[in-house]
Design a protein around this ligand. Structure first.
Ligand SMILES: [Zn+2]
Length: 163
C-alpha cells in the first residue's frame, strides 16, 4: 500500500489542539485586562481542560506566577498528584527556564506553545532545555496560534507606551 506520510502525520495530530490554544488565548486576554503581560495557559488531561492560568506576576508580586506555572499547580491539585505525565500544557508564549523546568519535574507529556520569547524562552530561542537527557522528555509543538499570541503582546506594550 502506498502510504502518504502527510496523512500518517495528521492522523497522529491532536484535532482539538486549536480549541485548547484558543482557551489559553482567552486566559491571556484576562491577564491583559488587568494590566499583566498577556500570557495564558491551560492543562489538558484525558481530552478535557482541567486547569487554566494567566500571568499574575504583578498582581501577586510573585516571580512564579507565570500562566503555565499557575495552571500546572492547579492541575496537580486537581489530579491529586505531582505527576502530570498524562497532561498536555498549552501556553501562548514559549516557556522560561523555571516553567520548562517545572514541566520536566512534573513529567508533562507534551507542550504546545504559541509565540517565541527571544528574551527568556528555553525551548527554541535561547536554548532547547528539552533536548538534554533529563529523566523525562517533554514533547513539543511550537507556533500554535503564534500570530494571535504575538499580536496580543504587541498591542499590550503599545498600550503601555501610550499611557
Ligand atoms: Zn515561566
Amino acid at each position: 500500500m502506498n502510504q502518504d506520510p502527510d496523512i500518517t502525520m495528521k492522523s497522529q495530530e491532536n484535532p482539538q489542539k486549536y480549541k485548547y490554544m484558543k482557551a489559553a488565548l482567552k486566559e491571556a486576554q484576562k491577564a491583559s485586562s488587568i494590566n499583566e503581560v498577556p500570557v495564558g495557559a491551560v492543562v489538558v488531561y484525558q481530552d478535557k481542560i482541567i486547569a487554566r492560568g494567566h500571568n499574575l506576576r504583578e498582581k501577586a508580586q510573585s516571580f512564579h506566577a507565570h500562566a503555565e506555572f499557575i495552571a500546572m499547580l492547579k492541575a496537580s491539585k486537581k489530579i491529586g498528584s505531582w505527576r502530570l505525565e498524562d497532561c498536555d500544557v498549552y501556553v501562548t508564549m514559549e516557556p522560561c527556564p523555571m516553567c520548562a523546568g517545572a514541566m520536566i519535574q512534573s513529567r508533562v507529556k507534551r507542550l504546545y506553545y504559541g509565540v517565541k520569547d527571544p528574551k527568556a524562552g528555553v525551548v527554541d530561542s535561547i536554548m532547547n532545555l528539552f533536548e538534554y537527557t533529563f529523566n523525562h522528555h517533554v514533547e513539543v509543538e511550537s507556533g500554535l496560534c503564534a500570530e494571535e499570541s504575538k499580536i496580543m503582546i504587541q498591542e499590550f506594550f503599545k498600550k503601555l507606551r501610550n499611557k
